[in-house]
Ligand binder design. Structure first.
Ligand code: WT7
Length: 585
């Protein structure tokens, strides 16, 4: 068959000179490994209990706390406001053990849901990992979530415990009465808690540092994380303890961590990147991590790299674009020579971003990585060993079969655009959508796992992202469901109907754009739009509000009353409107 390169795939290639690499990459001979690799090989990278039992948190903490890494720094936490705290593996393990003992004292049951709604603090890490040690299902929530977002998650999962702080708990109280299953509210930084609350510090002060991490069946659940789809409320993506096998492997093979690395993942633990590559993977490999609090700020970021001598850096394309937009003089003021390997995830990384890094970070390119909340770890990626084609997501991990297929699940010829699918069977794959088998089954068709993305493969086997096949919006790399935003919008008294789409944006990848129909008695004004934006921000989430709002007379709907977002998008972007046979009028 003729080899084909599409318009998307044009461009140069960055070839790495092995003699110039500071360290030999952990993964060597990708092509050979694709043939010889077996998941059983990766299973040797983690510790198991007798009888084939495992606990992810044992691998993340105990095995280091009991071994040669006991006094090695696990976490250097800089709150971004001048306070720095350091924890060794032993100390962090002690904190997690204490938290596990708190859960024990409260009578929390195995596989109960324990939610952590905290800023990126040591308490956040300790409670998340303590819950996993204990055998509960841990679930972090992004601190930007408003009461609606919190309620959806705690209610759907029948959460039993919530760990939060005095500021964030206010949002919980707005929806508390709707959450009868929630038994324990543990508040960090509240020494004299009102009735109905427990003080984190008081409970921890009397808890023992000794805890036997619970051996779990590899298929028992470790953590869950809610993510957005096209329809309905966010869905609970559930991951099993066995996922740690692949999380450990990919951190070693892709992020290429070595013992002396100082590693920095910029993602919040409320997102899957923050969980998997800001907690599980790096610590399972015994690596020292930097945690940075506060908001994104280019100067602080460069300073962080310089001051802590970061060697491995995992971030997001929007952050890269924001740094680029700040210009090249700023990074030139800092010594960024410690950096060895750079990675990004969450949305397409523009070729410009990859090449910009070459200039600013002393010939080190960004490596784009592709995965999803559902996949539990990196599946398609640029490996340190491999040449980079800027703009491409790279190649599948050894052990992972990825393809481009049509609607029938038939594999398309090289160069064709189609659905990006994966052969199920990798260890970190989600195990279920919480209490919603129908939703889970929607992913599985024709013996493939459908990712919801469209892509192409080039003649050298590199994967190129084309877009989403559904209405899911990726804004600043964060995943937002149009339905959630629409639901929040129509809670506002002035909004009768709403349709929400992603609109391409230079900086953020996409922004959220809403089309609304006003209720009688309201007239369009800038003030009203600002008020509606604020409303969504506080009800739903700080990042998931429409940056643009258009007031319209009617929304295009199907005869069954569903809003046709596809038409809104086509109209907005001047695209062909396609099939309208199901349109209402
Ligand atoms: C969706 C998953 C898992 C980390 C954060 C995102 C998009 C992810 C890339 C990439 C283009 C990407 C896809 C995917 N995405 N990585 N390298 N290039 N798009 O996880 O929130 O579950 O979103 O993010 O559309 O399906 P998520």
């Amino acid at each position: 068959m003729a080899e084909k390169d599409t318009e998307l795939m044009k461009g140069e290639i960055i070839v790495k000179d092995p003699s110039k690499l500071r360290l030999k990459p952990n993964l060597q001979d990708y092509n050979g490994l694709r043939k010889s690799f077996k998941w059983a090989d990766a299973e040797k990278m983690v510790d198991w209990f007798p009888g084939g039992k495992i606990n992810a948190a044992y691998n993340v903490l105990d095995r280091h706390a009991k071994g040669k890494n006991a006094d090695k720094l696990a976490l250097i936490y800089d709150d971004g406001a001048g306070t720095v705290k350091k924890y060794t593996f032993k100390q962090l393990n002690d904190e997690a053990n204490k938290f596990a003992n708190v859960l024990k004292k409260l009578g929390v049951k195995r596989q109960d849901r324990v939610f952590v709604f905290l800023q990126r603090t040591v308490e956040c890490y300790a409670s998340f990992l303590g819950a996993i040690k204990y055998g509960a299902i841990a679930s972090p929530m992004f601190p930007a979530f408003g009461p609606d977002a919190i309620k959806d998650r705690l209610l759907d999962s029948s959460a039993v415990v919530l760990v939060t702080d005095p500021e964030l708990k206010k949002r919980f109280y707005q929806v508390k009465n709707d959450l009868p299953d929630l038994k324990h509210l543990i508040v960090v930084g509240e020494d004299n808690p009102p009735a109905g609350e427990l003080s984190y510090s008081k409970e921890m002060a009397t808890a023992s540092k000794e805890f036997e991490t619970v051996p779990m069946d590899p298929e028992e659940f470790m953590f869950m994380l809610y993510t957005s789809g096209t329809t309905g409320k966010p869905k609970g993506v559930v991951h099993a303890h066995k996922g740690i096998v692949q999380q450990t492997l990919t951190t070693r093979w892709v992020l290429d961590v070595h013992d002396d690395d100082i590693y920095w993942c910029t993602a919040d633990i409320g997102w899957v990147t923050g969980v998997v590559y800001g907690v599980l993977g790096p610590w399972s490999n015994g690596i020292t991590q930097i945690g940075l609090g506060g908001r994104f700020d280019p100067e602080t970021w460069y300073k962080t790299i310089q001051n802590y001598k970061i060697t491995v850096w995992y971030t997001a394309p929007t952050a890269v674009r924001m740094l680029m937009a700040k210009g090249d003089e700023l990074p030139a003021k800092y010594d960024l020579s410690s950096l060895r390997a750079l990675y990004s995830v969450g949305e397409p990384l523009n070729p410009e971003g990859v090449k910009w890094a070459l200039e600013v970070f002393d010939s080190k390119p960004f490596h784009d990585t592709w995965w999803q909340t559902e996949t539990g770890s990196i599946l398609i990626t640029n490996f340190p060993e491999m040449p980079i084609k800027p703009g491409s997501m790279g190649k599948p991990l050894p052990g992972v079969e990825a393809a481009i297929v049509d609607e029938n699940g038939d594999v398309l010829p090289q160069g064709e655009e189609g659905s990006l699918v994966l052969k199920p069977g990798w260890p970190s794959m989600m195990r279920q959508i919480w209490k919603n088998p129908a939703k889970y089954n929607e992913y599985m068709r024709n013996d493939w796992y459908y990712t919801g993305d469209t892509a192409q493969i080039d003649k050298d086997g590199y994967f190129w992202y084309v877009g989403r096949a559904d209405d899911v919006i990726k804004t600043s790399g964060e995943r937002v469901g149009p339905f959630e935003v629409e639901s929040a919008l129509i809670e506002h008294p002035a909004v009768a109907e709403a349709g929400v789409i992603g609109k391409p944006d230079q900086l953020r990848g996409n922004i959220i754009k809403a089309f609304i129909v006003l209720t009688p008695g309201h007239t369009e004004s800038d003030e009203l739009k600002v008020e509606i934006q604020k409303f969504v921000k506080t009800r739903l989430a700080g990042h998931a509000y429409p940056r643009e709002i258009d007031v319209v007379k009617t929304l295009p709907k199907t005869r069954s009353g569903k809003i046709m977002r596809r038409l809104l998008r086509a109209r907005e972007l001047g695209l062909p409107i396609g099939d309208t046979s199901t349109l209402e009028d």
